[in-house]
Design a protein around this ligand. Structure first.
Ligand code: SAM
Length: 283
């Protein structure tokens, strides 16, 4: 059943007595130009796609027609009758009723996509868990190639910023460490029912085979990154020493070794400089 327009979606949801829950980030797509473009970024003959939050199944149905198998994880079991109706002709879709942040994804991917050559992720993400979901997907070392997700426009700008630019944050560095990030296209708020208060964008993360910098201790590297952006407009020497409880002398020595000025602001550091500081502190 086609539900990519507002009228059809409304009638299916009304027939099942479904009401939107804001707390679950339920803004469903009603713009039939968006799903084909999202699906195009992750599709292929022998590709398995993990979808997060199928909602009423509009993106799920599109993925189903362009990929080998789709596994969709949905938290809200009230959507069961809706998805039964909207996906009744999609025989390569499996729904897992669970919280994406609580699933053992390694096992799920191994079991569900054993016969696929490539595993990608596609989702119109619930905005309240955008960063935790993206970081979980990146940090868990899952066998994923590409992630194409809809996020708030502001989040897209930050996630896809250049490290060292004004728009960057700690999350920009983290995403860049694991993936190449790009914004594919913007999506106005009117493309959703109900419309959210902000515009959105679809971003594509292509996972790297190995990080762009060599880091001796990843935990320490990410701690330093967080500390550098904690008080982003302040001078590095003061903020990092205070946040991490390192003595000024040892941090000064690490900055010297990394060839970074003591008075630089953390937000302006490049990936290479951040790695060099972290590696110097390990010695
Ligand atoms: N894919 C649909 C679309 O584009 O119209 C719905 C997207 S809607 C923005 C987000 C969906 O994620 C909702 O169906 C919501 O119930 C679901 N969701 C929210 N939190 C979740 C979680 N922790 N785990 C899995 N699904 C979740």
């Amino acid at each position: 059943m086609k539900i990519s327009n507002k009228k059809d979606l409304k009638s299916v949801l009304e027939a099942e007595g479904f009401s939107f829950k804001k707390s679950l980030g339920q803004n469903f797509l009603i713009d039939d130009t968006v799903c084909p473009r999202m699906a195009c970024a992750v599709s292929g003959e022998n590709v398995g796609v993990l979808e997060i939050g199928p909602g009423a199944g509009v993106l799920t149905a599109q993925l189903s027609s362009s990929c080998k198998k789709v596994v969709s994880v949905e938290l809200d079991t009230r959507l069961k009758p809706v998805l039964q109706e909207t996906l009744k002709d999609c025989h390569n879709v499996k729904i897992i009723w669970n919280d994406i942040l609580k699933l053992d994804l390694k096992t799920v991917l191994a079991e569900e996509f054993a016969d696929c050559d490539t595993i990608n992720v596609c989702a119109n993400l619930p905005y309240y868990i955008t960063s935790p979901v993206i970081m979980m997907l990146l940090e868990s070392h899952l066998p994923i190639n590409t992630i194409a997700v809809m996020v708030q426009k502001e989040a897209a700008d930050r996630l896809c910023a250049d490290v060292g630019s004004r728009a960057a944050g700690a999350v920009t560095v983290a995403v860049n460490y694991y993936a190449e990030a790009e914004t594919l296209f913007g999506v106005p708020r009117g493309s959703f029912m109900p419309p959210p208060n902000v515009d959105s964008a679809v971003i594509k993360l292509t996972l790297r085979d190995k990080p762009p910098v060599e880091v001796t201790d990843e935990k320490l590297f990410f701690k330093i990154v967080k500390a550098c952006f904690a008080q982003r407009r302040k001078i590095l020497l003061n903020t990092v020493c205070n946040t991490m409880g390192i003595s000024k002398d040892s941090f000064r020595a690490a900055l010297n070794e990394a060839g970074v000025s003591e008075t630089v602001r953390g937000e302006t550091l490049t990936m290479e400089q951040l790695a060099a500081i972290s590696n110097a502190l390990c010695e």
